[in-house]
Design a protein around this ligand. Structure first.
Ligand code: ADE
Length: 231
């Protein structure tokens, strides 16, 4: 998968790709990330990329022309499955969206700043708008890093243990069950006996019950979602 990230501050987003799973995906050539600095497409030599909003109001808006120029260059090179815009005024990222994006070949991610980007870019080019939660970040770069992590780890071959992504929280709209490792007892705190029993069908059953109990307690909305999906 190739991901092109268009940003005012590409430096802000580079470091997550230099470590751990994302680095491994790049080293294994499963993923390619290309950063594009919007200032390279600025209107003048002072690097102008934003302006006041029509109609008045505080905050600058990223202008249409630099983004259009950058997109045109990319579109001339290849076909993109999705042009994504990271913004708080959008549907929230979930596992289903991450799964769907993990099968794309080429995607563009536009990150906003200040008051966001000119609406005409959203109307004409953006195919998917994504928020990472109901709060406002100072820019879309960190949100883009979150999206890339959630998507890239799902691409086959990225995680060492192929099955581990399948048992993550949210894959089936349930939170993950609790996990334990050695020692079996620490300062009087014991691992549940069932996990030491070697009875794997019973362990699966226990884990499922725990996942349901946790979901009911912490995120009951997920269970309603599952019910609606079945119905
Ligand atoms: N840009 C600013 N805040 C954001 C959010 N919550 N999600 C995605 N992009 C953003």
């Amino acid at each position: 998968m190739r991901i092109d990230i268009i940003s005012v501050s590409p430096e802000l987003i580079k470091s997550p790709f230099e470590h751990s799973i994302l680095k491994r995906a790049i080293d294994k050539k499963i993923t390619e990330i290309h950063f594009h600095n919007l200032r390279d497409y600025a209107l003048n030599r002072y690097g102008k990329i934003d302006d006041y909003q029509f109609g008045g109001g505080a905050g600058m808006v990223l202008m249409i022309e630099p983004i259009d120029k950058c997109l045109s260059e990319l579109f001339a090179e290849r076909v993109y499955d999705e042009v994504i815009y990271m913004t708080p005024d959008a549907p929230t990222l979930n596992q289903q969206t991450a799964n769907q994006l993990s099968s794309c070949q080429n995607i563009i991610i536009i990150t906003g700043h200040y008051k966001g980007i000119d609406q005409r870019i959203r109307d004409k080019f953006v195919t998917k708008e994504i928020s990472i939660g109901d709060y406002v970040l100072s820019g879309g770069e960190l949100a883009a890093a979150v999206l890339c992590d959630a998507v890239i780890r799902l691409i086959p071959g990225v995680l060492g243990d192929e099955t581990s992504a399948l048992t993550d929280s949210f894959q089936d709209n349930l939170l993950a069950p609790p996990v334990f490792t050695r020692p079996a007892e620490y300062k009087g705190m014991k691992v549940p006996d069932i996990l030491l029993s070697g009875n794997f069908p019973k362990i699966d059953e226990w884990r499922h019950e725990q996942a349901i109990e946790r979901t009911k307690r912490i995120r009951p909305d997920l269970l309603n979602k599952e019910r609606n999906r079945e119905g």
